[in-house]
Ligand binder design. Structure first.
Ligand SMILES: N[C@@H](CCC(=O)N[C@@H](CS)C(=O)NCC(=O)O)C(=O)O
Length: 200
């Protein structure tokens, strides 16, 4: 099996962290280019959306997106990243983290691609950041018990989302006023699987 990935993608990083946390070392990681303006031909052939992560399998069709792949990998390893007793909370928290990533990746694309043509829309960037800020406030206010408990997929998603904010939007200083979440992130980022996948 091959995971189509890229080092900076927070969505792909979720899957790479799950692979390491569940000790599945038999899946190759292949870096490919993915862009809203067109990406790798193999990626487009396997996943019509042209997005990473995409998991190529010999025994069946490709799997996407990151939520599907993480769940497949958890199932494959017989791991317990989806605790039955807290399933809906965990899935909602993962969705919350993915929404942070979507807004943050969209901001990156706005600056990178539309910026090339002087088309950057500052109000749109601020509105995306407002979504992220609301989500971070909700994490700080409501999600710390789930973040502090035994390892689950939502913790991995939140860790990857926060790592991406540091990578691309450090100027927005997400830690300001969110001491509890910031302290959690510091501890979670020290996990070997997070450290090994930290984007440069
Ligand atoms: N919902 C998808 C989002 C994946 C995604 O947006 N990946 C970005 C890279 S971080 C991508 O492939 N972008 C290329 C594009 O937008 O065409 C998931 O969870 O996997």
């Amino acid at each position: 099996m091959q995971l189509l990935s890229s080092p900076a993608s927070p969505f792909a990083r979720k899957c790479r962290v799950v692979l390491l946390e569940t000790a599945q070392h038999d899946i190759d990681i292949r870096d490919v280019s993915a862009s809203p303006l067109g990406g790798d031909a193999d990626l487009n052939a396997a996943n019509p959306s042209g997005k990473i992560p995409t998991l190529l399998r010999e025994e069946g069709p490709a799997l996407y997106d990151s939520r599907v792949i993480c769940r497949f990998l958890d199932n494959r390893a017989g791991a317990s990243l989806y605790p039955v007793g807290r399933m809906w909370e965990v899935l909602s928290l993962e969705a919350n983290a993915d929404a942070i990533m979507e807004a943050a990746v969209g901001m990156t694309y706005e600056k990178r691609f539309r910026g090339e043509r002087d088309l950057v829309w500052p109000e749109w960037l601020d509105a995306q950041w407002a979504k992220i800020a609301r989500s971070l406030d909700a994490l700080e206010a409501r999600s710390m018990p789930l973040l502090e408990g035994p390892l689950n997929v939502a913790q991995i998603a939140v860790g990857c989302a926060l790592g991406y904010l540091d990578l691309r939007h450090g100027d927005r200083a997400w830690r300001d006023g969110r001491d509890t979440l910031a302290a959690w992130e510091g501890r979670f980022a020290a996990r070997p699987a997070m450290d090994a996948t930290k984007p440069e």
